[in-house]
Design a protein around this ligand. Structure first.
Ligand code: C5P
Length: 308
């Protein structure tokens, strides 16, 4: 029997010890409305997720030694311990199916952390999918989705494998959408990292001020608007934007500059601190990129595409 095969353990599928590999794409939120937290401390959301082609690479295989072995490489950092979300995803799934084996994970990081792009959540969803694919009796789709929601609010979106989705609840209730036509985009990475939890704390703090200008509660969305760029443009807003830009004034001036390049829309990405813009054509995007790269110091400008 070759190294990749095992037949003795009924939990383990064929070729269990062979590597399997997946891309773990990032996301931006084309719309992100936040409501005050419920009794569980989480903020009810209304959001439009859009997957983009900036991606980490996740490789995974089962091993006989218990525990999770994680190696991180690539241009972006990620925790190398058990707190890494991909490692937590694998550990959670092993525990749920009662498998004593361990898992080796290789993570090649390209998605920056603390940017609002969901990189860690996407790695976790990829790890769940890859590991489930190595099991003889993997959990069903619904059960995997529950595990994803336990790992983080954005993980179900990445597990759903849809280029675009409307999200509500914590962001873990999803309506997969017919995707809008993929468009060229720019990402501005300003060298500031904002942790998600901190961003919600800043939003809470601003909301409690007497002068807080909260978004109206009543909402009406038209399904047709969710898959055309003209409709998405009219829905594009991010409730984190005013509070995060007030806290980080440099981001405000960057967003002004980004909007001056004439995109279809430009927003803070998720809870920040990346900014993104969507353009009508690659020519417009490339011109904007050349202009911004020449003008901005200490800011990385990346060309991406979405929804993908
Ligand atoms: O779910 P996730 O682990 O990504 O969330 C990180 C933190 O962000 C949570 O601990 C919570 O403080 C906050 N959060 C929230 N409301 C949401 C999503 C996240 O308050 N809908």
């Amino acid at each position: 029997m070759s190294r990749g095969e095992r037949s003795s353990d009924p939990q383990v599928g064929p070729l269990a010890e062979a590597w399997s590999e997946a891309k773990a794409q990032a996301k931006v939120n084309l719309r992100l409305r936040i409501s005050p937290p419920g009794p569980d401390g989480y903020h009810p959301l209304e959001t439009i997720f859009c997957r983009i082609d900036l991606a980490d690479r996740v490789r995974l295989r089962l091993r006989r030694d218990p525990g999770i072995g994680l190696r991180v490489s690539g241009p972006e950092p990620a925790p190398e311990g058990p707190e890494n979300l991909a490692a937590r995803a694998a550990a959670l799934l092993l525990e749920r199916v009662g498998l004593a084996d361990g898992v080796e994970i290789e993570l090649q990081k390209h998605v920056p952390p603390g940017a609002g792009l969901g990189g860690g959540s996407s790695d976790a969803a990829a790890a769940l999918r890859l590991l489930a694919g190595r099991l003889a009796r993997p959990p069903g789709r619904e059960e995997l989705l529950q595990l994803a929601a336990e790992l983080g609010s954005d993980v179900p979106f990445f597990l759903a494998d849809a280029p675009m989705a409307l999200g509500w609840g914590r962001g873990d209730r999803l309506l997969c959408l017919p995707p809008a036509k993929p468009r060229p985009m720019l990402l501005l990475l300003p060298g500031v990292a904002v942790a998600t939890e901190a961003a919600y704390a800043i939003w809470d703090e601003c909301r409690r001020r007497p002068e807080a200008d909260l978004a109206p509660e009543a909402v009406r969305l038209d399904s047709a608007a969710l898959s055309s760029w003209s409709g998405l443009r009219s829905l594009a807003e991010n409730d984190f934007e005013p509070v995060i830009l007030a806290r980080y004034p440099r981001l405000r001036s960057l967003l002004v500059k980004l909007r001056e390049t004439g995109p279809l829309l430009a927003l803070l990405a998720g809870s920040g601190a990346a900014l993104f813009a969507v353009y009508g054509s690659a020519r417009q995007r490339n011109a904007a990129r050349a202009e911004l790269s020449a003008e901005l110091r200490g800011v990385r400008v990346l060309s991406v595409r979405g929804p993908v």
